[in-house]
Design a protein around this ligand. Structure first.
Ligand code: HMG
Ligand code: MG
Length: 305
C-alpha cells in the first residue's frame, strides 16, 4: 500500500498537551491558543476535557473555553468526556463532538479513571447512545496499546478487543494510543494491520507520543497500513498525568513538515502552528520539544513543496 494523498491532523495540544503542564494556563490563554490553532488551518482541535478537576486541575474551565469558541466555523472542536456527568457538562457548554477514553491495560485504566475496562464501557453506555441520537460525533481512545507503564507489554489481541468494542458501541472514530511512546514501526504495522480486519481503516486514527523518538517512524508505518487520521500536539506539548514517564505527544510541526515534504495534503499552515507553539511556550515559561520548532524551516531552495 502506498501513502495517502491527504491526512487529517487532529490537534490535541490544548487538551493532551496542557493537561500535563505544571503551570495551568488561564481560560483566556487556552482560548487564544485554540484560536491560533484554528487560524493555522487545523481541521480538528481538541479543546479541553470534562473530567474531574480534582484529578486534572489543568482542564478546569473547559466549559468556558468551549463556550467562548462557539462561533468558530469550519473546524471541529471535540472534548474529552469520561462519564455521564462530563457528558452533561459538555452538552451544556455546546459540545458537538465528544471523545471517550479507555485502555488496553487494566492497571492503567484504573489509575487513569478509577474504573476497570468493563466499567468504562458501562459508563459509556450511560451517554454514548444518547450522544449518537443527538447527532454528536463520538471518538473513542484506546490508551497503552503498545505498552503500559504498570503492566509492560500489551498483547495486540487486547487492543483489537477494546477497539472493536468501541467501534461496536457507536464510536465514529477509534484512536489507537501509544500513551508512553514505546511503540516501534513493526509493532504499529502489526496492530493496525490486525485492526483493519475488524474496524474499517477509515474509522481508525493513531495517537503517538514521541518519548523515545519513534513517533514519526510510527506514523509512516501507520500510513502504509491505510491510516489517514493522525493526532499530534503543537510544539510536542503533553503527556498523561497518570502515565509516569509519558512525555510529549508527536509534535504537530514535525508531523506537518514531514507530510508536506512527502506531498501529502493537510491544509495546515506550518509557520502559523509554530507561532502558536512559541506563544504557548512563552506562557508556560519553558521551551517545547518539537524539532521543527527548534530548527525552523529548511534552508531556502531545499524546502519541500
Ligand atoms: P471518581 O473519583 O471515581 O468519580 O473519578 P466519582 O464518580 O466517584 O465522583 C467523585 C467526584 O468527582 C464527585 O464530586 C463527582 O461529582 C465528581 P463530589 O460529589 O465528591 O463533589 N465528578 C466530576 N466532576 C467533573 N467532571 C466529571 C466528573 N465525574 C465525577 N466528569 C473520573 C472518576 C473518571 C471522574 C476521574 O477518574 C477522572 O476525571 N479521570 C480523568 C483522568 C484524565 O483526564 N486523564 C487524562 C486523559 S486520558 C489520556 O491522556 C490518554 C489519551 O491522550 C490517549 C493516549 O495518549 O493514550 C486520551
Ligand atoms: Mg495522549
Amino acid at each position: 500500500m502506498s501513502f495517502p494523498s491527504r491526512v487529517t491532523v487532529v490537534e490535541v495540544g490544548p487538551r493532551d498537551g496542557l493537561q500535563n503542564e505544571a503551570t495551568p494556563l488561564s481560560v483566556d490563554d487556552r482560548v487564544t491558543f485554540c484560536d491560533d490553532l484554528i487560524g493555522a488551518g487545523l481541521p480538528v482541535v481538541e479543546v479541553g476535557a470534562f473530567v474531574s478537576p480534582a484529578w486534572v486541575p489543568q482542564m478546569a474551565g473547559s466549559g468556558e473555553v468551549l463556550r467562548r469558541l462557539a462561533t468558530r466555523t469550519g473546524v471541529r472542536l471535540p472534548v474529552l468526556v469520561p462519564n455521564r456527568k462530563g457528558f452533561e457538562l459538555a452538552r451544556a457548554a455546546g459540545a458537538r463532538e465528544i471523545a471517550v477514553f479507555t485502555a488496553a491495560s487494566e492497571t492503567f485504566n484504573r489509575r487513569n479513571t478509577n474504573a476497570t475496562i468493563a466499567e468504562s464501557f458501562d459508563r459509556f453506555a450511560e451517554f454514548v447512545p444518547e450522544a449518537r441520537r443527538d447527532g454528536l460525533h463520538v471518538r473513542g481512545y484506546v490508551s497503552t496499546c503498545f505498552g503500559c507503564p504498570y503492566e509492560g507489554a500489551i498483547p495486540a489481541g487486547r487492543v483489537v478487543e477494546v477497539a472493536t468494542r468501541l467501534a461496536g458501541m457507536g464510536c465514529d472514530e477509534v484512536s489507537i494510543g501509544d500513551t508512553i511512546g514505546v511503540a516501534v514501526p513493526t509493532q504499529v504495522a502489526d496492530v493496525v494491520g490486525r485492526l483493519r480486519d475488524v474496524v474499517p481503516v477509515e474509522q481508525l486514527a493513531v495517537h503517538l507520543h514521541d518519548t523515545r523518538g519513534t513517533a514519526l517512524a510510527n506514523v509512516l508505518a501507520a500510513l502504509k497500513e491505510g491510516i489517514t487520521v493522525v493526532d499530534s500536539a503543537a510544539g510536542g506539548l503533553g503527556g498523561c498525568p497518570y502515565a509516569p514517564g509519558a512525555s510529549g505527544n508527536l509534535a504537530t510541526e514535525d508531523l506537518v513538515y514531514m507530510l508536506q515534504g512527502m506531498g501529502i495534503v493537510t491544509d495546515v499552515d506550518l509557520a502559523a502552528v509554530a507561532t502558536a507553539s512559541r506563544a504557548v511556550a512563552h506562557r508556560l515559561g519553558r521551551p517545547l520539544p518539537s524539532r521543527y520548532l527548534a530548527a525552523g524551516p529548511a534552508p531556502l531552495g531545499r524546502s519541500p513543496s
